[in-house]
Design a protein around this ligand. Structure first.
Ligand SMILES: [Mn+2]
Length: 269
């Protein structure tokens, strides 16, 4: 049994199928991990979601996808919490006859998976979190997203510190880190930044290079940062190689680190 992890698909269904054909992947035996952002920006989020849901039915818990910021945005749009944003390509999913079922399926994906010394999230971890703390926080946010706090957590409008309690603030910050972090300062404060690491403002680091990071005992598998690209170093497996920007979709066989890539096969709008 091998475990393959695939980077941000973003609705690039044609490229995904081509990549899968290249992989020595047996859905009856192997495992498949997806770093999230299955949807949006690319041309066929609907096909990607149906593919993922059907594969999860066949593979059971050998299939794992964590939720990314665009997966959450789809849920916010479907719930009427967020409006359309520039670059959104979600209409076909929102209008599909099985839209409710697909969005509900997506909402049941975890925010973090951990197995032995592997930990997968969409974006990253705050440097101050141990791996155990990150897992605990992710489980709390997942529970909150399934309960009455769902609407507030899916709403990206900043919290009003005076009127909202510390608990929801803590959950909101944890969700933001798990699904959006790229860089932070030496105190672990997140920065809104999506350029390459070399252009990060002075005093800001990629989250995985932050001084004193407390989760270096696990290998973190993540995506979300196309400008970082495929990036591998001790304990760091970054898989967003910019497929939706006309570059490549990447898979890694986690057992031995073998890389498989497919250049984008999408037709640009
Ligand atoms: Mn993302």
């Amino acid at each position: 049994m091998a475990t393959f992890a695939i980077g941000d698909v973003h609705g690039c269904y044609r490229t995904l199928r081509k990549l899968l054909h290249r992989l020595p992947f047996d859905p009856k035996r192997d495992r498949l991990w997806l770093v999230g952002d299955l949807v949006n920006r690319g041309p066929d989020s609907l096909a990607v979601l149906r593919w993922a849901r059907d594969l999860e039915r066949k593979m059971g818990d050998r299939f794992t996808a964590v939720q990314g910021n665009h997966d959450l945005h789809l849920q916010a749009r479907a719930a009427g919490i967020a409006g359309e944003r520039p670059g959104d390509t979600l209409d076909a999913v929102l209008d599909a006859k099985d839209s409710d079922e697909l969005v509900e399926w997506l909402s049941r994906r975890p925010l973090l998976v951990r197995e032995d010394d592997l930990l997968m999230v969409h974006a990253g971890l705050l440097p101050s979190w141990t791996a155990d703390q990150a897992e605990t926080k992710a489980r709390r946010v997942e529970a909150a997203l399934a309960g009455p706090q769902r609407r507030r957590l899916l709403d990206r409008r900043p919290l009003d510190d005076d009127s909202e309690d510390d608990e929801i603030s803590d959950l909101w910050q944890a969700l933001a880190a798990l699904t959006r972090i790229r860089t932070c300062d030496a105190h672990g404060e997140m920065l809104r930044f999506n350029g390459p690491p070399s252009e990060a403002p002075p005093g800001h680091f990629p989250w995985f290079a932050a001084p004193g990071r407390r989760n270096r005992d696990v290998t973190v598998v993540f995506g979300h940062w196309a400008a970082l690209g495929l990036f591998l170093e001790e304990g760091v497996v970054a898989l967003d190689s910019g497929c939706v920007y006309g570059q490549k979709l990447t898979a890694i066989r986690l057992d031995d680190g073998h890389i498989f890539q497919q250049r984008s096969k999408e037709t640009r709008p």
